[in-house]
Design a protein around this ligand. Sequence first.
Ligand SMILES: O=C(O)CCC(=O)C(=O)O
Ligand SMILES: [Fe+2]
Length: 361
Amino acid sequence: MTIAAPPVPHYVPAPRASEELEYADLAVIDLAKFGTPEGKAKLAAEVRAAMKDKGFFYVINHGLTQEQTDRVFDIANIPLAQVSDEEKMKYDGKMQQTGSYQGYKPRQYWQIDNGVRDQIEHYNMNKNLQRKDHPEALRPYLGQLHEFIKHNHFNILHPLLKLLALGMGIQEDIFIPFHNFDARGETFLRFMKYYPRTEDDEQKTKNVWLKGHTDFGSVSILWSQPVAALQLICPDGKWRYVSHIPNALVINAGDALEFLTAGFYRATIHRVVQPPPSQCGHERLGVFYFAMPDDDLALRPLPIAGKWPVDQRRFADEDAPTMEEYRKGRIVAYGNSETKKDGEGKVEVQMIGKVLVRHYN
Ligand SMILES: O=C(O)CCC(=O)C(=O)O
Ligand SMILES: [Fe+2]
């Protein structure tokens, strides 16, 4: 990936948190080992173990240098910091009408809790950058973003999908045909910023910035950044933080992978909370590649499902939604007030077709 012209203002993230936080102990997958058969086999076993244990892991040696990654964060800040409110409105993605993440999600679009709305803004781009126009300030960088998207797709996502398949003891290419770069699908790049909130909002939401959820796609690739706020539910039921490893990726599976593998790989619940005092008042800029199967794929267990020992399907095969139906349902439903609290009020449930979806606080 080129990191040359045009120049872009450097984004300076917050310093690392100085507190001793309770961090989840996550495996580190060294993608440099993918190139040899022995290395690949070893990584497949590590990925499988990591997915079975916490459902989250890090990836290092993904092919971009720290300098290149810094450049991506610099570009990521452009649509959030350099575009006027007026122009942002023009590129509003209107997610709850379209069921698609393309364009801006404005702040305060979602309900969090007790009448408080979110302070998160994002700009989302389909893997095919030509599906939509982009704000003017971003246009000089589209060539580099195209390269970055392809890097995520072919050099990170595809190897990970192969490791996940090998980890199940099945042929490595099984997930590849329906993660087709050129097919109609919603795999997208997101630049996301969390803005500090008022004390009143913090209290009313018990410091939750983004409610507990599972991602709805297959594999989520999060480019590690220093503001400590992402937490996952560990096997002992406790929320723990994801620590920052410079120039690493944080990987987790989403619902689509869980459905396709009949629960062999589970989608892990995670959330975002207020950062610790040493990072209080700082913005939090994130870069993500959210991958999902092509729109037309029905999310039922792969035909080979009978061959592996886990079967935790959550709905009958004939009730399986397509990826398009499921992502539309999830995007439209997220953060609006129509979720119902369960008996204890901790979990909110929603039906997307025949699929029961939970949100956690
Ligand atoms: O901001 C983060 O670290 C996680 C965001 C997230 O979970 C999501 O957008 O689905
Ligand atoms: Fe998520």
